[in-house]
Design a protein around this ligand. Structure first.
Ligand code: AGP
Length: 612
């Protein structure tokens, strides 16, 4: 996934483009570039491998590039290794047109061969250069750049968000999108495009979200959007409520620590508007009380941490709704010929709302007749707009690549959804409901209680950060929780780890346990605490060093050293995973800190994966 910013204004574009890119570096950061058209019609480009800071450094040392129309890009490489040549923007041979691109062009090789046969010489390994060269090829025959854009779009296949400028049109910025996010920002004597609203918050809060196959022609004073048939269309304008500080680090060393710390507030913002007079209320569902009436199967579809929310949800939904529920990796669901019909509910979970695997899986489920509810954090994102009903997590912008507050708000929202419908279906008892609501109200404060004492996680991390392999074991909800603990540790500390159903360990993997092996035992699921305690003994007897995460009422049932025993407050069993995950986040964070890793931008990763 990459970051795009475009500007059409009456002031210097470069500073706006670079400042905007800074907010998008979490989307990809192996190279960056900027292109502007000067008022006298010169196309000027600067691009380099490495972080945005490298580009800024190079710009400060070279002849200034000036212009009021421009595009910029921060890259997460898909085609062509990260280097100066493969960095965006890309141009065509005649050097008049520059393109930035997020997505993948699937038929780029056949087009590249066609152009080579037409005598075009390529300089990069990217699919994006093919777009620029093809544009160039058509532009030599037809000087209407918008017409040429349409010809290119009709020929390429794949996903794209494009920003295009041309030195012959020093007041025009063109944008196009299909299967990759792109929004339009409306400013004072200036207009913008960006992959994500956080890039524009310093300039405007009024945005429109481009839809697939739309083309926008943007000048400092006008925005014209066309559909696939070149008809002018009116786009709805939205006002972004997020404040700029929400997308800033706010004095924290890393966005990830800030977002871990924001969880009580994020949970409260997601939960409180949906609690009224002791009852859960979903405005989004109120007019559909029978939405689940004929549902005979539920698929929870997602990737990564969102999938781990689904793994917890599988246990919760089956328990509360008595409907068979399966948590599916979106990338697998798409190709497993899933058994879906009009009585299937697909719940798609995505922080960004732009993950291509999840989007494609959702479309597959819809095509097969499923009803779709999505749980999404980014307002107006593609998955949110294409699902039948969207339940937003109001966690605010999540910048760190490793999700924390989005995971937690998705988790509590999915649990609330299950309780809400269990009540409608007459399954949950009134006393269970009342008990749940009492604990739901207390959840933010119980999360805060854990966050008050981070020293013990820092101390444990200092003892274990040099391990090169860690096992997370748990049963039932704790097993699902262990999946998230393992991913958090892997993605930011680069330590290999594995999450295992504790009861399964003895069927093979326990052979890997040897003296000193670190095992993190999740022991917050009370009904199975005795069995989990015996699993702890099982690995300890083979020399493992065991960290336990247990509830305050059950901790003494586990025979682990005091310094290795983390406890969380007791709460309703359905909400216990929302507390158990906090120590896992903190442990992963401090281990990565000890290892000197780039916590907010881990290697090889991007915040939202909008490619297959
Ligand atoms: C989580 O820490 C990772 N960054 C990653 O697994 C992420 O959860 C996954 O890519 C799904 O992203 P989404 O929620 O935006 O769809």
């Amino acid at each position: 996934m990459c970051g795009i910013v475009g500007f059409a204004g009456k002031t210097d574009a470069v500073s706006v483009l670079l400042d905007g890119l800074e907010k998008l570096e979490y989307r990809g950061y192996d190279s960056a570039g900027v292109a502007v058209v000067s008022q006298d019609g010169r196309l000027q480009i600067k691009k380099s491998k490495g972080r945005l800071a490298v580009l800024r450094e190079q710009l400060s040392k070279s002849e200034p590039i000036e212009g009021n129309i421009g595009i910029s890009h921060t890259r997460w490489a898909t085609h062509g290794e990260p280097n100066d040549i493969n960095a965006h923007p890309h141009t065509g041979e005649n050097g008049k047109i520059a393109v930035v691109h997020n997505g993948i062009i699937e038929n780029y090789l056949e087009i590249k061969q066609f152009l080579i046969n037409e005598g075009v010489t390529f300089y990069s390994d990217t699919d994006t250069e093919v777009i620029a060269q093809l544009l160039d090829y058509y532009y030599k025959q037809n000087s209407d750049i918008t017409e040429c854009v349409y010809k290119v779009l009709n020929r390429i296949r794949g996903a794209y968000a494009l920003g295009i400028i041309c030195s012959d049109c020093p007041d025009k910025l063109i944008a196009a999108r299909k299967d990759a996010p792109l929004l339009i920002g409306y400013g004072e004597n200036s207009n913008f495009i960006a992959s994500d609203v956080t890039a524009l918050l310093a300039y405007t809060r009024t945005v429109s979200y481009m839809d697939d196959n739309e083309v926008a022609v943007i000048t400092p004073d006008s925005v014209t959007v066309y559909d696939a048939d070149k008809n002018v269309i009116e786009k709805e304008k939205h006002t972004v409520e997020w404040d700029v500080s929400a997308a800033e680090k706010g004095g924290y060393r890393h966005f990830m620590l800030k977002e871990i710390t924001e969880q009580p507030e994020a949970i409260a913002k997601t939960v409180n508007p949906r609690m009224k007079d002791g009852r859960i209320c979903f405005e989004e569902l109120a007019e559909n009380p029978d939405f689940l009436k004929d549902v005979s199967k539920i698929y929870i579809i997602a990737c990564g941490s969102a999938y781990h929310v689904g793994m917890v949800g599988k246990y919760t939904l089956e328990k509360l709704l008595k409907i068979p529920t399966e948590a599916c990796l979106a990338s697998e669901f798409r190709y497993c010929d899933p058994l879906v019909d009009e009585n299937t509910l697909a719940i798609v979970i995505s922080q960004s709302g732009e993950t291509l695997d999840s989007m494609a899986a959702m479309r597959e489920a819809k095509k097969r007749g499923a009803k779709v509810i999505s749980l999404v954090n980014v307002i107006g994102s593609s998955i949110a707009r294409e699902s039948d009903i969207v339940l937003y997590t109001w966690a605010g912008p999540e910048i760190a690549v490793a999700t924390t507050k989005a995971y937690s708000t998705q988790l509590v929202l999915l649990t609330m959804f299950a309780v809400y419908y269990s009540d409608i279906l007459g399954i949950i008892t009134e006393s269970e409901y009342v008990s749940f609501m009492r604990e739901l109200e207390l959840l933010p404060s119980k999360v805060s209680e854990i966050l008050k004492d981070t020293e013990k996680y820092q101390e444990a991390a200092a003892r274990f950060f040099n391990h090169d392999s860690v096992f997370f074991i748990g049963r039932n909800l704790d097993y699902a929780l262990g999946l998230e603990g393992s991913l958090k540790l892997k993605e930011i500390s680069y330590i290999h780890s594995e999450s295992y159903a504790a009861g399964e360990l003895k069927h093979g993997t326990i052979s890997l346990i040897e003296p000193g092996t670190l095992v993190v035992s999740l022991a917050t699921y009370a009904p199975l605490i005795e069995k989990t305690a015996s699993n702890v003994v099982e690995v300890q007897s083979r020399g493992a060093e065991v960290l336990t995460i247990a509830t305050q009422s059950n901790a003494e049932k586990l025979k682990t050293k005091k310094e290795n025993s983390f406890t969380v407050p007791d709460t309703d069993p359905l909400l216990q995973p929302n507390l158990g995950v906090i120590p896992l986040q903190l442990f992963a964070y401090y281990v990565a800190l000890n290892r000197g890793c780039d916590i907010d931008k881990p290697r090889n990763l991007a915040k939202s994966v909008t490619v297959e």
